[in-house]
Write a protein that binds this ligand. Sequence first.
Ligand code: PRX
Length: 567
Amino acid sequence: MSNIGEYGKVYQNFNWDISERELGYNKGDTINIGEYCSDRICKMGKGDKLALIWEGFSGESKKYTYNDIRIRSNTIASFLKNLGLKPGERICLFMDRIPELYIGFLGVLKLGGIAQPLFSAFGAESLFTRLEDAQTAAIITQKKHAPKLKTILGQLPYLKHIIIVDDDGSKALREKELAFHLEKEKQIESFDIFPSKAETPSVLHYTSGTTGKPKGAQHVHYSLISQFISTRYVLDLHDDDIYWCNADPGWVTGTSYGIIGPWANGVTQCVLDSGFKAETWYKFIEKHKITVWYSAPTAIRSLMKEGDETVKKFNLSSLRHLCSVGEPLNAEAVLWSKKVFGLMFHDTFWQTETGSIMISNYPGMPIKPGSMGKPFPGITATVVDLKTYEPINKAGVVGLIAIKPGWPSMMRTYWNNETTYQSKFKNGWYICGDRASIDEDGYYWFVGRDDDVINTGGHLVGPFEIESALLEHEAVAESAVVGKPDPINMEVVKAFVALKAGFEPSKMLDLEIMNFIRKKLSPLAMPQEIEFVASLPKTRSGKIMRRLLRAKEWGEEIGDTSTLENE
Ligand code: PRX
């Protein structure tokens, strides 16, 4: 029996009090995600149950019970407190997917700090933009990532501490660095958890837009109400499930459904700190008898590419429910998963800003392969006209996905950027920035983004950030960055570059620029292709027309070019 039962009935009768009641939360009470994800589960008598089964890329493994994560998150919280860190300060988690990241996240929240997770592959510039904007007070990281801070430290006056979780004494610690060992530290049985209230800030997740710097979507502890119940209804977690979420907590899926959702539900989750390799992934599922798997279209397409024979080498019969998020899940991928796993992937749609699943396929609800499904209970969604923002109310007509504000896990602002936050609301709706249509049965069909943001393998990258970084290369005069189609990643980054006088296009320069971006920003932001051009198409007002370059890549109609300066 699925947790949600009959979707239609639940949708009609739902209100968020149901989730509050199940969590034992009364309005006005304190609510701390760190406490709900560990202490509360122990109080329910599940202290000895496994919370985390972790495997590293070289096969090493660790296991933690709920009591272990309760005590260890206390230990981290207490360590941070003793450093003088205060509630409300931003504390960045900049680590690979190691236990310290997951448990540290709870520790920061228990202290009352605002957890700022950042993808560990970020280079110095990506890191700097986000630490500077958040005025981050401390960063928890690993020895191998700490050197990225070296060149930017002087420009980060608010950063007081760099906490290294794997220091082995082999090298002297540098300025502001100090060592913390999750296991060797004196374990703190009881910690005075910060009495956060519903609206107390909890997590700050940076996400890229078309223009300007990445924006910090700021969430609050009350987001738990959405994350808890959507984990139950969509991921369908039961007490005896073994759950695996592929996502890195540098992105919102990795926190909302890779930490908070499963642990608030007292479920055992597995983490694999290794990149994609079909055999390793299947082996992981087989070994731990994973039952529920939350993945992403790029990963599914990559598995598909490896072929059906690879799947057959493993016993994957433990799997009972599959979900996907982050990019369009094509019908072929859904049908393939039915063929090889006997189960269809359930597509889910949401965003960093929404904090939890907005539109989804539910256990028991018939899947139309290629559709994102229907709105989550408690969520009023529609598509609105591209210009008037009025609901379209007509099947099959494409508009902007819009959601009525007011669900618990909605971001409360963009950090330091209330104006951009306000601009997301039109005509009483929160506008996601995606185009879709709704069919006669109420199913949502994704069409594409309504802006220039590139979704590569489920990760959003802002063209502006890459273009700005490109301009810092000595050979680059002008640049424009767009997404180009890719069979696995949906889109990859392509850069059009006009060179300064004295520089000639060459394979060497091409590689040099690619590497320059990889190191400065991240491997995801690195252009997979650079096309050298004499000049870039611009509007009369001098704005580069990415739309035109993108349309060419996708073989689409170019549309209105009447404002082009140099056509
Ligand atoms: O464009 C949509 C796409 O990813 C965007 C949100 O990205 P991010 O904030 O990084 O969060 C991703 C994980 C929650 C959306 O605006 N997106 C997300 N899910 C889907 C999707 N596109 C198509 N189908 C989906 N299921």
